[in-house]
Design a protein around this ligand. Structure first.
Ligand SMILES: [Zn+2]
Ligand SMILES: [Zn+2]
Length: 359
């Protein structure tokens, strides 16, 4: 039996920067290539804090946030036969226009029509409304079917794991190579597990707080490295990798110092993927000879293109990437304020908080 879809729903709305409220708004109706999804699990990440603070270019207020979520398809547009009501899906936020050169190359995360809704571009939870609401209407390009054994909570990490997987793909990691992951957040812990699953010989997870790092051991890191406890982090890190440094560095911490550490600790001829600083304003000061004479491949990585998220879902389904240990708190949509505070202040050892708009 088809589910009854209400006319209005509850949603988190940012009326202007630094303010939020729970509002009753219209449930959107899917048109052309879209599906309406009943949101079951929706998490918040560091980027949501930047969006709320008004620091993310392209976000217009009032705005419904939420770009890492999962749910059940309840309605599809007439032209959609790829998904049907009842399907369980996880979401990725980037929907390319599908007509610019980058999109035609498959790199829709780099769409040249960013923010241009008329041309078909959407960045869910950024330039268009997101999933911190009871329902969300998005292009089916953003949706990935979840295997039966993947729960809604796990499915909400479709994008997070996808970001980590793409950073590893950018690094061209090969079995037997050593890896340093900088940044023990959700993406870093996913990257740690993917490096492990790819046959890395050694995975070191670096960060600045022991309580964030410790989950790394459970999830496949061989060594934890607290940067704040070292007088000379570069030498100390290199020494963990036989004095030479790691073959591959994945930086997902998003600070200048993390990016510099990434570049300066890689082995000569190594590959460094910088994936943490996704909004403007951060600057590097690195001796260029470290890159030039060090023969480094320094690569930027943002979000993910090319169906990477579907592969991420498969990694979750197969147990190669465990995301359940990252979820420390659960909230209802009405409790968004508490959820946000808990996440921001890391109250009660908060790692990732999960919001359930329909419970
Ligand atoms: Zn995010
Ligand atoms: Zn495009």
């Amino acid at each position: 039996m088809l589910e009854h879809i209400p006319k209005t729903m509850k949603a988190v709305v940012y009326p202007r920067p630094n303010e939020f409220e729970i509002r009753e708004v219209d449930v959107p109706i899917p048109f052309k290539t879209q599906a309406l999804v009943k949101i079951m699990s929706s998490t918040i990440c560091g980027t949501d804090l930047k969006i709320l603070a008004g620091e993310f270019p392209g976000v217009k207020f009032p705005h419904i946030p939420g770009h890492e979520w999962s749910g059940e398809v309840v309605q599809v547009a007439e032209d959609v036969d790829e998904l049907k009501p009842g399907d369980k899906v996880g979401e990725e936020p980037h929907v390319g226009c599908g007509r610019c050169r980058r999109c035609l190359e498959g790199l829709y995360n780099l769409c040249e029509n960013y923010g241009n809704i008329k041309k078909g571009h959407a960045h869910i939870g950024f330039t268009v409304n997101g999933g911190l609401a009871q329902y969300c209407c998005v292009s089916i390009k953003a949706l990935h079917k979840l295997p039966d054994n993947v729960s809604y909570d796990e499915g909400a990490f479709t994008e997070t794991v996808g970001v980590a997987l793409y950073a590893i793909e950018r690094a061209n990691l090969r079995p037997g190579e050593s890896v340093l992951v900088i940044g023990p957040g959700a993406i870093g812990l996913a990257a740690t597990q993917i490096a492990r699953a790819n046959g890395a010989s050694k995975v070191v997870l670096a960060g600045t707080r022991d309580e964030r790092l410790k989950l790394g051991l459970e999830l496949g890191a061989d060594v934890l490295f607290n940067v704040n406890k070292s007088n000379d982090p570069i030498t100390d890190l290199k020494s963990i990798f036989d004095g030479a440094g790691p073959d591959v560095v994945i930086e997902v911490a998003g600070t200048e110092s993390a990016a510099e550490l990434a570049i300066r600790s890689a082995r000569r001829g190594g590959r460094v993927v910088l994936a943490g600083s996704t909004s403007p304003g951060r600057r590097l000061s690195v001796d260029l000879s470290v890159i030039v004479r060090g023969h480094l491949d320094v690569l930027g990585s943002v979000a993910n293109p090319k169906w990477v998220c579907q592969k991420a879902v498969e990694l979750i389904a197969k147990g190669h990437v465990k995301v359940k240990p990252l979820i420390t708190h659960h909230f209802k949509l009405d409790e968004f304020g508490t959820a946000l505070k808990t996440f921001k202040e890391r109250e009660g050892g908060a790692y990732r908080v999960m919001i359930h708009p329909n419970s």
